[in-house]
Design a protein around this ligand. Structure first.
Ligand SMILES: *[C@@H]1O[C@H](CO)[C@@H](O)[C@H](O)[C@H]1NC(C)=O
Ligand SMILES: *[C@@H]1O[C@H](CO)[C@@H](O)[C@H](O)[C@H]1NC(C)=O
Ligand SMILES: *[C@@H]1O[C@H](CO)[C@@H](O)[C@H](O)[C@H]1NC(C)=O
Ligand SMILES: *[C@@H]1O[C@H](CO)[C@@H](O)[C@H](O)[C@H]1NC(C)=O
Ligand SMILES: *[C@@H]1O[C@H](CO)[C@@H](O)[C@H](O)[C@H]1NC(C)=O
Length: 646
């Protein structure tokens, strides 16, 4: 007791000696603007297996041999033989469906031991005792029919240990027609790691001949129990961010490398057997199992609203559709919008209703293309106008977002909103905290749709990790992004939405780093930048209170907002410097004598990684507060102080 009191006294006595630079901050009690409820949200596209192998709950990779070349080794991606079978991918006749032409041909020789096929999942499969897995596949016997039904064993097993964690049996009828088999798997024990496989096998000597298999699926319980739904732990990590909106379906992945490879909404809805999949923009086939309807239902379940992109006549490889050939593409976009919000008396609305959602989804924002600053000339000369003029006439209540550079070239009709992207260094974000301060207040609003501190080397923003490119966000990333985010609250009269990007990546995929969340098939890693987003989104205000402006050449940044109920001031402070810095906030009215502090801090280069997933997490404690609130922000820290009005 005595010693702790003494320590406290000593600490108090020595405080003035340690006092760092002080910044006097006057907070005006008259709100300058409300903060839109849409401000904090999520940007999504299938990149780095964020969708297939990530958010989308399907566990089997290359489940339906979509968009592969029959006969090639590559077509067998993730598949291998068990025992003595011979495997090849073929273009089958009959096909499972016109959208799924390919199948896996499996030949069992005479005298084979237990044999069949296995799938290694998306770089492993998590097997949990508490879960029921739903497995299914299609089969047919193309030539020799077995004399009676065969009993196939479907199992989850250790890839190297051979341990069987769950198995079930299913009868394969002697038929040449495509037939679906379904079985539930309930593991008795959890696997110790993710090095597991899914197997379909026949007992030794059970069959000599060939069976064709296709359209496999293996689902664990999904988030909210949705059929064909989302992976529960990733969805929960996103829900914890309390996101308000979800941008879909990209990003570059909307565009396609070629016009034919663009994302097309109508290829992503309906039965899984009706979805051909597509060659995505990021080096792997997209199953499109995570289709437009799945996105929208999940967005609703999460309490978000969609910001939906339409294809704007430009493919990433450089091809632009000529002006006189745009009509069918505009019509396809119109049908996409109709599917989302059309009345059930329209074909699109009727299709939506037939899938289980008669009510329109709450769509307000439609983004025309993605990053059309890559092809500004055709966007300016005809593509923007052609899409917007046609669609605005049909849907006068929608707001269309432009994606070329916001200040030039000028677009006609003048966009109501823009999507702005920034990938930069931590230093850039710190120095550009006032980025939106000078924007005109003329009714135009802005979506900061992609931003991240991706490198510490200003000369090589998109370079390799050795050049400063980050693999995982650092504490410095998080606090400097936070400095920039202070500017979103201060300019929330023109910035209506903001989202970090990219959102999600499998840890084996380093094509585009860093990411907000990283994962493997068993775990999710929350980055330092994730925690910064979490701190802003979970501590929103209703109105912004102007305060003394921070110096953009300094290290300390802040934002003060007021929450209506229960009434509180919420003060966010980012110290991007290498020493502690004190802000003295002169609040406009009396407050409680204690408040709640949530703080993220650490070494500038510290990250949460697969080996140290929780190295840096926000810490919470009670602090002394008052109307003159002196707060010492540690070096490299982000703090949120909530103090009740009295
Ligand atoms: C607070 O802001 C209001 C509205 O802009 C302004 O009229 C007033 O002068 C400001 N008060 C102080 C103390 O700066
Ligand atoms: C299975 O194949 C392996 C490797 O080709 C061979 O050594 C083995 O004899 C075969 N077993 C049977 C039962 O045919
Ligand atoms: C989707 O629409 C496009 C263009 O309207 C059409 O070419 C394509 O066949 C459709 N896809 C399916 C699966 O119907
Ligand atoms: C961070 O920087 C320190 C000091 O330069 C260095 O010793 C340490 O290895 C770095 N840590 C990481 C994770 O890069
Ligand atoms: C806050 O500090 C200022 C300047 O030192 C002083 O004038 C004012 O009285 C203080 N207010 C309160 C509530 O302590």
């Amino acid at each position: 007791m005595v010693s702790s009191v003494l320590l406290a006294l000593l600490a108090a006595a020595s405080a003035p000696l340690l006092s760092s630079a002080q910044t006097q901050i006057t907070v005006n009690g008259t709100s300058s603007h409300p903060i839109p409820s849409t401000l904090w949200g999520l940007m999504f596209e299938d990149i780095s297996h964020s969708g297939d192998g990530g958010l989308y709950g399907e566990l089997l990779q290359n489940r339906a041999f979509q968009q592969v070349t029959p006969g090639t080794t590559a077509a067998l991606n993730a598949w291998s033989a068990v025992g003595n079978t011979t495997l090849s991918v073929i273009a089958d006749s009959p096909a499972i469906s016109s959208s799924l032409p390919n199948a896996l041909s499996v030949t069992f020789p005479s005298g084979a031991p237990r044999s069949g096929v296995q799938n290694s999942g998306y770089f492993g499969i998590a097997v949990r005792a508490s879960s029921t897995y739903t497995a299914s596949f299609f089969y047919r016997f193309p030539s020799t029919l077995p004399s009676a039904a065969l009993t196939a064993t479907v199992s989850l097993a250790g890839a190297s240990s051979g341990t069987t964690f769950a198995s079930g049996t299913v009868a394969l009828r002697p038929t040449a027609q495509w037939t679906q088999a379904t079985v539930a798997l309930r593991p008795r024990t959890s696997a110790p790691d993710i090095n597991n496989v899914f197997e379909v096998t026949l007992a030794a000597g059970a069959f000599v001949g060939t069976v064709h298999l296709g359209m496999f699926s293996l689902f664990p319980p999904t988030f909210g129990g949705q059929a064909n739904g989302m992976r529960a732990d990733i969805a929960q990590a996103l829900l914890d961010l309390k996101p308000s909106f979800f941008r879909l379906p990209g990003g570059n992945n909307l565009e396609g490398q070629t016009i034919a490879q663009r994302w097309q909404w109508n290829n992503t809805v309906g039965p899984l057997t009706a979805r051909p999949g597509r060659v995505g923009d990021w080096g792997y086939v997209n199953t499109d199992g995570l289709g437009l309807y799945e996105y929208l239902v999940w967005i609703e379940l999460m309490g978000m609203v969609p910001i939906m992109a339409i294809w704007s006549g430009f493919a990433l490889g450089g091809a632009a559709v000529p002006a006189n050939q745009l009509a069918p593409y505009i019509e396809q976009s119109r049908q996409q919008i109709e599917f989302v919000i059309g009345s059930t008396s329209t074909p699109g609305g009727a299709l939506r209703a037939s899938l289980g959602h008669p009510a329109p989804f709450p769509l307000l924002y439609v983004e025309v293309g993605n990053e059309d600053f890559l092809q500004p000339s055709t966007y300016q000369s005809y593509r923007w106008a052609a899409f917007v003029n046609a669609l605005q006439a049909d849907y006068p209540n929608l707001r269309f977002l432009a994606t070329s550079s916001f200040n030039s070239p000028a677009l006609s009709p003048k966009p109501q909103s823009w999507d702005i992207h920034v990938y930069q260094t931590p230093t850039w974000f710190t120095q550009n905290s006032a980025f939106y301060d000078s924007f005109a207040r003329d009714g135009t609003t802005f979506f900061e749709g992609e931003y991240a501190a991706i490198s510490t080397n200003p000369n090589d923003i998109f370079g390799a990790p050795s050049s400063g490119r980050l693999v995982y966000p650092t504490v410095q990333s998080a606090v400097s992004e936070a400095a920039f985010m202070m500017g979103f609250e201060r300019n929330a009269d023109v910035v209506f939405a903001a989202s970090y990007a990219p959102l999600l990546a499998h840890v084996t995929q380093n094509q585009w780093t860093p990411n907000l969340l990283s994962f493997d098939s068993g775990t999710v890693i929350k980055s330092t930048s994730y925690w910064a987003q979490w701190m802003f989104s979970n501590n929103r205000g209703d109105v912004y209170l102007p305060s003394t402006l921070a110096s953009t050449s300094g290290a300390l940044f802040w934002s003060v907002v007021q929450r209506v109920s229960p009434p509180a001031f919420i003060i966010k402070v980012s110290n991007t410097g290498t020493s502690a810095s004190t802000g003295v906030f002169r609040l406009p009215s009396a407050v409680a004598s204690t408040g709640q502090l949530i703080q993220l801090a650490g070494a500038a280069n510290a990250s949460n990684t697969p080996t140290t997933p929780s190295a840096i997490t926000p810490q919470s404690r009670t602090i002394a507060t008052g109307q003159n609130l002196s707060f010492s922000a540690p070096a490299m820290s982000l703090s949120v102080i909530t103090v009740a009005l009295v």
